[in-house]
Design a protein around this ligand. Sequence first.
Ligand code: CMP
Length: 138
Amino acid sequence: ATNRTFTMLKPDAVEKGHIGAILEKISASGFRIVAMKLTQMTTADAEAFYAIHNERPFFPELVEYMTRGPIVAAILEKENAVEDFRTLIGATNPVDAAEGTIRKMYADSISENAVHGSDSDDNAAIEGAFHFSGREQF
Ligand code: CMP
């Protein structure tokens, strides 16, 4: 079925000037952009967004990274969106990501991995609503 996923082009990808190339790849892979903006997460935003990771040793580093500069937040629509987007971005650690995936091409490390993709339909809805009102979704 056609459904939606949520993505962020993370601060490292924006800093390195990869917004255009990554959006081109997303569009060419058949995803329709239904919401999008350049924004910056506050510390409180990042702590809430990544609350599931708050006991992990990398949590402070993750919050620092995700708040250090602007991100591109977007909601994407496609047949089988969540799973197909995770295939397009590749494994969390770019060292393990398949050739041609976004993380293989644009990520430097497991901690600065260029792009986020929701891991389930439920999380896609929660994460999309975190960043966008209903009126901002097309
Ligand atoms: P993502 O899977 O989108 O969401 C959780 C993030 O935490 C992950 O991307 C990485 O940015 C980060 N992360 C996951 N595992 C590690 C790790 N072992 N060390 C540092 N950061 C990590």
